[in-house]
Design a protein around this ligand. Structure first.
Ligand code: ARG
Length: 582
């Protein structure tokens, strides 16, 4: 149990000893630190229940608190607010306990199985800025939920299905008509063939094909035919599609690796296709499919709707699955394969209506038990200085790799050549760039749009990823230098800054819970900054390595160790890697 919760329980006991029963008791961090570190406001409520004067009640409770050596500076303010502070002895106990086991100050949640869908990269297309936020937020929420005791599975849910892939295969056919994939008489093994195409080629082929399809109806029609061939697993076309997916996936994996984003499942939209027939039967047998101009749709509107919800396109007029159907079939698949308690989708807010439709259709067809929660965890956009979604200088969609390069240009300038050897510079600059990007992405509440400001994100000072990395590396290096000193436990912590660190450490479980509940990392991001700033203040005020008072020195080292552990844990939750040097 977290320390504050334990403390609250003990305070309840103290109140009981004073002769009063309280069901819940709240201690608020005080904003008048000269009066006390925490405030207890329960005397007011008790006064109503017991028909007594609140100040008298407060006086009796305070008298009991005086006998508890964890508290000091106990005083009563106004009509009956009790102010308390934590004793130095208790502060050292807190540090020692957390240093031994951080989880002794974390409240675990009841175990739940959750599938988190937060990839969404599209095969044969470059990842873009939108995918960055899914990856950042999704990975961090996943790690947070796992830390708090959930069983979590992250799925990449690659966009590997549908017309874009048909167009890519068609364009490859136009470029290399002689490839065996298009030769009906070819009898060899397709898997042994190598394609004369790299991922960079693929990223150029799709925009080209998509442009042609826009300008040329006949080309578009050919693309549709190829798409259907792939979806029907037609020999040659299907095999080429598999090859394209393989090449592209390898590159997608590299980008996710760079972002420290690790999926447990690498499934894609195409994997849900096997569930399409079953899905169709369920919707059809429940009478949910309506004919509409050769297509099949599902009506979703309900009387209470304030804004109209358009029907869901279930089967397109050419007989193929829509984006919506791939998501519905995936729900069926996830239920069968994993039977989760919850399914979360970390996807851009601009797909809000899509998920509203999917969730409604799922409930209508009762694809999953009513108890299974479906949640769209939406987020805002990263904008340019013009307030519009971030673009390249010439107005195009910014690829994720391009964006990382842009930040890396800045972080490279700030790498210390005295500590980082030349041959490690590049990889360190990449880690720092990812930290800069990720931290800036987490600072605002997830649904808030924010502006991309590379100099600000990469700054070594201020609320930035690089500042946190730099400070955490410094803690680690201090601990390394102190290795020869036998520091086992904190014994004294006299300073005010040390106390602020302890009080901040006590907040850790609340911050983790709050972040999980809001599905937003902003509280953790702020907390990391506050804790690190307090620590840096402490670092500036004291000379740990040369301190002559051994008890004090030992206590400071243990304090440093504890903060270092918390920082490491939180940065890891955020998917931010701490390099050895920078
Ligand atoms: N591939 C889609 C895109 O790039 C995102 C997929 C989001 N996840 C989902 N289950 N629909 O827009």
């Amino acid at each position: 149990m977290s320390i504050l919760k334990e403390l609250i329980n003990d305070l309840k006991e103290n109140v009981k000893k004073a002769g009063y029963e309280v069901e819940t008791l709240a201690i608020e961090p005080s904003n008048r630190r000269d009066l006390g570190e925490y405030q207890l406001n329960d005397a007011m409520q008790l006064a109503r229940t017991y028909h007594e004067n609140p100040r008298e009640i407060a006086t009796k409770i305070a008298a009991v608190l005086e006998t508890d050596d964890r508290f000091e500076n106990i005083n009563i303010a106004g009509p009956g607010f009790i102010n308390i502070s934590l004793s130095e002895k208790y502060a050292t106990e807190i540090i020692n306990r957390m240093n031994q086991d951080l989880f002794s100050n974390i409240d675990k949640k009841e175990k739940k199985k959750v599938i988190i869908d937060y990839g969404g990269a599209n095969v044969a297309k470059a990842l873009h800025v939108g995918h960055l936020r899914s990856a950042n937020i999704g990975e961090a929420i996943k790690r947070l939920a796992k830390t708090l005791g959930y069983e979590v599975l992250g799925d990449a849910h690659l966009g590997d299905y549908g017309r874009p892939l048909g167009l890519v295969v068609l364009e490859i056919q136009k470029m290399y008509p002689e490839l065996p994939y298009f030769d009906p008489d070819y009898s060899g093994n397709f898997e042994e063939l190598t394609l004369p195409i790299t991922n960079e080629d693929l990223e150029k082929i799709y925009p080209l094909a998509s442009q042609k399809a826009k300008e040329d109806e006949a080309y578009l029609e050919e693309g549709r035919i190829v798409t259907t061939k792939i979806q029907k697993h037609e020999r040659g076309y299907y095999d080429l599609w598999k090859k394209v997916v393989e090449i592209s996936k390898e590159d997608i994996k590299k980008v996710y690796d760079m972002l420290h984003t690790e999926f447990e499942l690498w499934l894609g939209e195409s994997d849900a296709a096997a569930y399409f027939d079953e899905l169709y039967k369920i919707f059809d047998s429940k009478g949910l499919l309506v004919d509409s101009q050769g297509a099949k749709i599902v009506e979703l509107s309900e009387e209470e709707d304030k804004a109209p919800i358009p029907p869901l396109l279930f089967v397109k007029s050419n007989g193929t699955m829509s984006y919506e159907t791939t998501d519905l079939a995936t729900i069926l698949q996830r239920k069968k394969d994993f039977n989760p308690d919850e399914m979360w989708y970390v996807v851009d807010n601009r797909q809000g209506l899509h998920f509203e439709q999917i969730f409604r259709a799922t409930r209508k067809a009762q694809l999953v038990d009513d108890k299974v929660a479906l949640e769209h965890i939406g987020f805002g956009t990263m904008n340019g200085k013009d307030g519009k979604p971030f673009k390249t200088r010439d107005g195009g969609v910014m690829s994720l790799k391009g964006l990382i390069e842009l930040v890396k240009e800045e972080t490279l300038k700030r790498i210390n050549p005295e500590t980082v050897p030349e041959d490690e510079k590049d990889s360190v600059a990449t880690d720092v760039a990812i930290a800069a990007l990720k931290y800036a992405d987490f600072l605002p509440y997830r649904e808030t749009d924010y502006v991309f400001e590379v100099e600000k994100f990469a700054d070594l000072e201020g609320k930035t990823g690089p500042y946190l990395l730099y400070s955490t590396i410094r803690m680690k290096s201090l601990l390394k230098k102190a290795e020869g000193i036998d520091a086992k436990e904190a014994k004294v912590l006299p300073g005010e800054t040390e106390k602020n660190i302890v009080l901040t450490l006590l907040e850790l479980p609340n911050v983790l819970n709050k972040s999980l509940e809001s599905r937003s990392l902003n509280d953790i991001a702020e907390y990391l900054f506050n804790l690190t700033s307090y620590y840096n203040k402490f670092y500036a005020e004291n000379k740990v390595l040369t301190e002559e008072n051994k008890d004090l020195q030992e206590s400071w080292i243990v304090l440093t160790e504890t903060v270092y552990k918390v920082n490491s844990m939180l940065l890891d939750i955020l998917g931010i890697k701490v390099p050895e040097k920078m």
